[in-house]
Ligand binder design. Structure first.
Ligand code: IPE
Ligand code: IPE
Ligand code: MG
Length: 232
């Protein structure tokens, strides 16, 4: 049987802190190791022919973490971009960052913009990084934008129209959502977009999630029966 490859795979990359703590290291060392998993999974997804890979990197709620951890994460983001950008361009990876960009500060936003511009020609896979993102924030900003554009009111607005106001406009909804670290919750991620997404939960912590784990999740997806509410 031909293997069913999801067009859009999304991942809640969780468990970095626990990975580090289990090794007697500082939590942030888990984030550093997690970058290696990102590299491995981007490669695996491109090899498998996945068109969109999206990663939940930092939630709106994550701003409430100790400020040392937040600033470490932001610095790590910028230094990882600088390190990876050459290989992204070479491999045809187009990068897009979605979320409440206004909260990130000019230095980080500029680094992200430069990454988006320099990789814009990538044709092999689109890598979407959700940064300072939350599903409720997304829905609310979409409502406000839609209302501003339609002073006559929103009564004619369809679901398809509304989707175009979300930050994911133009991107297909995720077919598969993987969450690592054993937690089985959505943590305010793609609330609207995950209406018919298949979920795969694994106990593996994000820094240990590499190509073999990614392939395992794709296999589990291939065995799922997606009905979208219909009778088959
Ligand atoms: C995921 O790992 C990374 C982010 C949320 C930024 P965590 O930092 O949440 O690690 P745990 O869940 O505390 O182990
Ligand atoms: C979800 O992980 C957010 C990201 C992976 C970026 P959290 O660690 O923040 O989620 P909770 O607090 O366990 O729900
Ligand atoms: Mg966590």
């Amino acid at each position: 049987m031909e293997k069913r490859i999801p067009r859009h795979v999304s991942i809640i990359m969780d468990g970095n802190g626990r990975w580090a703590q289990a090794r007697g290291k500082r939590r942030v060392q888990g984030h550093v190791e997690g970058v290696e998993s990102v590299r491995a999974v981007v490669e695996a997804a491109a090899e498998e022919g996945v068109e969109y890979l999206s990663l939940y990197a930092f939630s709106e709620e994550n701003w409430t973490r100790p400020k040392e951890e937040v600033s470490f994460l932001m610095d790590l983001m910028v230094s990882s971009i600088e390190k990876e950008i050459g290989s992204f361009i070479e491999k045809g990876v187009k990068c897009v960052v979605l979320g409440n960009r206004a909260r990130l500060g000019e230095k980080i936003d500029a680094a992200l913009r430069s990454m988006e511009e320099r990789t814009a020609g990538g044709k092999r896979i689109t890598l979407i990084v959700f940064l300072s993102y939350s599903g409720r924030w997304d829905i609310l900003q979409a409502v406000k934008k839609a209302a501003a554009e339609h002073p006559e009111g929103l009564s004619a607005l369809t679901q398809e129209d509304f989707s175009e106001y979300l930050v994911t406009a133009g991107i297909p909804d995720p077919d598969l959502l993987i969450r690592t670290s054993g937690e089985q919750r959505i943590s305010n991620y793609l609330l609207w977009q995950s209406a018919y997404t298949e979920f795969v939960f694994t106990d593996v912590l994000w820094p240990d999630f590499r190509k073999a784990e990614f392939h395992k999740a794709l296999e589990e997806y291939a065995g799922r029966d997606r009905r979208f509410g219909k009778v088959k």
